[in-house]
Design a protein around this ligand. Sequence first.
Ligand code: COA
Length: 148
Amino acid sequence: MENKIIIRSMDSQDIFSVLEVEKRSFTIPWSEEMFRIELQNPNCLYFVAEISNVIVGYVGLWIIVDEGHISSIAVDPSYRRLKIGRALMQNIFDIAQKKQLKGLTLEVRASNIGAIELYKSFGFKTEGRRKAYYSDNQEDALIMWHHL
Ligand SMILES: CC(C)(COP(=O)(O)OP(=O)(O)OC[C@H]1O[C@@H](n2cnc3c(N)ncnc32)[C@H](O)[C@@H]1OP(=O)(O)O)[C@@H](O)C(=O)NCCC(=O)NCCS
């Protein structure tokens, strides 16, 4: 199998494939409409990861003045632990450097050990907690930051 991971900008034609990854990755998946709105916003940057022309993951970044908020990241369950999440995150750091952002932040479920480990490996630290942030199970969100 050709294993090369390609990271490129997401466009509206990718939404159908991204939704498949989304549904397989989250208990409350974003809708098609939500992705369409995000893609129309110039302050929202979305990227897909492809292997052999198949979309296997995506990441989103909101640029808010000089900070970046990672809005979402997901890798299809069949392609996890192949460093695709790492490649998507590296792409975000490359953009942050180009745009001279002062920091990157994100929210993550307190129980999401895999994602938290990924973020920690990129130097993110927990700086806050939103109590019962997730409506499906009242789980807390950790607020993580990487100051650049
Ligand atoms: C989090 C997620 C994007 C990681 O994607 P991935 O492609 O599997 O991650 P990678 O293979 O690049 O992993 C990089 C590192 O992250 C950490 N990591 C990733 N998944 C992990 C897990 N399940 N348990 C522990 N550590 C994990 C490890 O340090 C890993 O390095 P290693 O494989 O050398 O040990 C993926 O698990 C996912 O889509 N989860 C569901 C959606 C989600 O929770 N998104 C985050 C919302 S805040």
